[in-house]
Design a protein around this ligand. Structure first.
Ligand SMILES: Cc1cc2nc3c(=O)[nH]c(=O)nc-3n(C[C@H](O)[C@H](O)[C@H](O)COP(=O)(O)O)c2cc1C
Length: 350
């Protein structure tokens, strides 16, 4: 499936929010191999990363397709509109930057650039809707809610940290089984290009406040690191406040059209996700798995980034990842989880 039949890239975020997809049906969902994640028994270690599941209707649909870790797209403490179109474009990933693809990649080869602006509904809306999402998922499935703080011009860094904790508290009250703290987002108090997770004291304070505000497991979403050492240092310093790490969020890149013009007007850097990011993302996941094996800490590691084939998911699970989450594949290949379940079942028998 080349063009996403589920998320209409030619329509606005609000349109997609209102129009939950008609998903393909699976006649007989292969049984999951079972998994245990941050204290929950799951049907499988397969899930959807933050983003594609815009609300409870999207969650309901994907829960039926055999995704068992369902992440509610990032929410904020106040309404935040999405950026204008384009929000999602197919790209080819080149060394110097990403270039708009002439033809969308097929069969596990989809790579996209995403620029949505981290929208969120009013808390009045999402708090009710998270509750509904929780009611709509089944046994052996868990609802993770991704949260982020919203900076304000007048309030400082403490308010930003407190805002993360407020969102986490609301999400927990609404029934989240775990909170994912979105740290792979620009640090509003640093120079452009630096992310919250790259400032370890800030990330640690946010996680500390969240952890001491909620009663459910806390996961930290991290992005790409410049060096393995930076990854190791960050994970070690953040470990006391979390139950798990979710990585790799995305690869920020310049995205241009074939004439070299910015492909997303007014936005130079855009997040590239999907198939082509797998070599870089999986290497980072494997580095973290190696640190855990060496006894650094016992936390869960949820692999994200370019998982687009059953082989890739199986590989990371075999290496020790506690779960594999997909975003691009969820949108462009919704039957991915069903195929993975079949593959995982077959390898368990073999
Ligand atoms: C349409 C779309 C929306 C996304 N929105 C969010 C979001 O709200 N919060 C977040 O933490 N990540 C968001 N992401 C990033 C994904 O959670 C994930 O980290 C990334 O897409 C890499 O996984 P993939 O290669 O399977 O797509 C989004 C991704 C996509 C494709």
């Amino acid at each position: 499936m080349a063009i996403s039949a589920v998320y209409r890239v030619d329509r606005s975020y609000s349109w997609n929010y209102e129009h939950a997809p008609t998903l393909p049906r699976v006649r007989r969902l292969p049984p999951g191999p079972g998994a245990r994640l941050v204290g929950y028994d799951l049907n499988s270690p397969l899930g959807v990363a933050a983003g594609p599941l815009l609300n409870s209707r999207w969650i309901e649909g994907y829960a039926r397709l055999g995704y068992d870790v369902l992440t509610y797209a990032t929410v904020r403490s106040r309404p935040h509109g999405a950026l204008g179109l384009p929000n999602i474009r197919h790209v080819d990933n080149h060394e110097q930057g990403a270039v708009i693809a002439k033809r969308p990649g097929l069969n596990g080869n989809t790579t996209i650039a995403v620029s949505l602006g981290q929208p969120s509904m009013d808390p009045e809306v999402w708090r009710k809707d998270v509750r509904r999402a929780k009611e709509r998922i089944g046994r052996g499935q868990m609802l993770v809610v991704s949260v982020m703080g919203t900076p304000s011009l007048t309030d400082g860094i403490d308010a930003f940290i407190a805002d993360y904790a407020l969102c986490a508290t609301w999400a927990c009250e609404a029934g989240a089984d775990a909170i994912e703290v979105h740290l792979a987002t620009p640090n509003p108090f640093a120079e452009p290009g630096l992310m919250v997770y790259e400032n370890i004291p800030l990330a640690a304070q946010i996680l500390y406040r969240v952890r001491t505000s909620v009663s459910v497991p806390v996961l930290a979403k991290l992005g790409i690191f410049r060096t393995p050492r930076a990854l190791h240092e960050t994970a070690t310093k953040l470990a006391p406040w979390v139950h798990g790490f979710v990585l790799v969020h995305a690869i920020p890149r310049r995205v241009v059209d074939d004439e070299g013009n910015a492909a997303f007007e007014g936005r130079e850097w855009v997040e590239v996700v999907g198939s082509a990011t797998f070599p870089v993302a999986s290497r980072q996941v494997e580095e973290l798995l190696a640190w855990r094996k060496a006894g650094a800490w016992p936390h869960a590691i949820l692999a994200v980034g370019g998982i687009s084939t059953e082989e890739r998911a199986q590989h990371l699970l075999r290496e020790g990842a506690d779960a594999t989450l997909v975003a691009t594949a969820a949108l462009f290949d919704p039957l991915f989880a069903a195929r993975c379940r079949r593959a995982l079942g077959a390898s368990a028998v073999a």
